[in-house]
Unconditional design. Structure first.
Length: 320
């Protein structure tokens, strides 16, 4: 298991454990209630942090009001609490962080890393490189803009000028990932035409703000990681450790999503929900745990955390 271990330091009074350098997080978008897929990400990031003696923080990624559902953020926090997934420190809400995103954009602009872009979405969508994109995927943007600004009318998006080389990183369970961002997504959006900041920028700025060291999240975000690494480097920020856990999919192989039809977690049994997440993650919880409390199941999960058991698994079907 490749998790950071707390190091020890010698003080005059003897040997003391230094605080663990591990800080993990769970960062849901409040587009609906938690479903099984987000439970898996929450449980995996919680167990990985606690097994390393680290902290676990929560961030509400409420950056995109049109996609949000009123009340969802509070419901998510309530569900985490009900499941016994207690977090450290205050919850960070991205809606309060626009000044920090603006400052990061300014820094990138000063460094010549921003492209002002007024390409119409429909024009980008018509490019052959975008023919196979799933709805919701970022559209590929070519090295040069394809729409010209109409005199004083067109609002602009701000994009990151992607360098012309592959990004390689080592995921703790998925292995080495190498992606050429320039040919797969191209110059990607940091601030949309409607003035909203993009996830890729916000996540990097906020992981830094919260002192995060380890990111544990669903494998659907594996493709985003190289973009985030490029931004960390451009902003002069620390690099992070990544682990992308298997994505829960439905019987048709589609990702469960809060905003679609994935059933929310019923208020019923916290114990059985956590046991189901442990089973999904290949942790093999003993049958007797089904009669235990949620806290006892989590304690078992912390002591028996083996991420290597889902190494190389990108997705798996959620229990019915
Ligand atoms: N907000 C994202 C989501 O709910 C997760 C972002 C992350 O973990 O980096 O899918």
């Amino acid at each position: 298991m490749n998790v950071a271990k707390s190091s020890s330091a010698t003080a005059t009074t003897g040997t003391v454990e230094a605080p663990s350098p591990y800080r993990g997080r769970f960062a849901p978008s409040p587009t609906g209630t938690l479903h099984f897929g987000s439970l898996v990400a929450a449980v995996a990031s919680f167990l990985d942090a606690r097994a390393a003696g680290g902290q676990w923080l929560v961030r509400i990624e409420d950056l995109d009001p049109p996609r949000e559902r009123p009340g969802a953020a509070d419901e998510i926090l309530f569900t985490l609490h009900r499941l016994g997934l207690g977090w450290d420190g205050p919850v960070l809400r991205q809606s309060t962080r626009c000044d920090a995103y603006s400052a990061a954009l300014e820094q990138l602009r000063r460094d010549g890393r921003i492209r002002d872009c007024c390409c119409a979405r429909a024009a980008l969508a018509a490019l052959p490189q975008n023919a196979r994109r799933a709805p919701g995927d970022d559209l590929f943007h070519p090295p040069a803009c394809i729409s010209r600004p109409a005199e004083g009318r067109m609002r602009q998006a701000f994009r990151f000028r992607v360098p012309d080389h592959d990004v390689e990183f080592r995921d703790r369970v998925q292995g080495t990932v190498r992606i050429d961002v320039g040919t797969t997504v191209g110059d990607f959006v940091l601030r949309r035409k409607d003035g909203l900041y993009a996830y890729q920028l916000a996540v990097v700025v906020d992981d830094e703000e919260q002192g995060i060291t380890h990111v544990v999240r669903g494998a659907d975000l594996l493709q985003s990681t190289p973009r985030q690494i490029l931004l960390q480097r451009a902003l002069g920020l620390r690099g992070l450790e990544y682990m992308h856990v298997p994505l829960a999919v439905n019987a048709s192989g589609l990702k469960l999503s809060k905003s679609s039809d994935a059933p929310g977690l019923a208020a019923a049994s916290s114990t059985l929900q956590i046991v189901a997440a442990l089973e999904f993650l290949g942790q093999d919880p003993p049958e007797v745990l089904k009669a235990a409390t949620a806290d006892e199941v989590l304690a078992w999960g912390v002591s028996n955390w083996h991420p290597e058991r889902f190494a190389g698994v990108a997705s798996a079907t959620a229990p019915a």
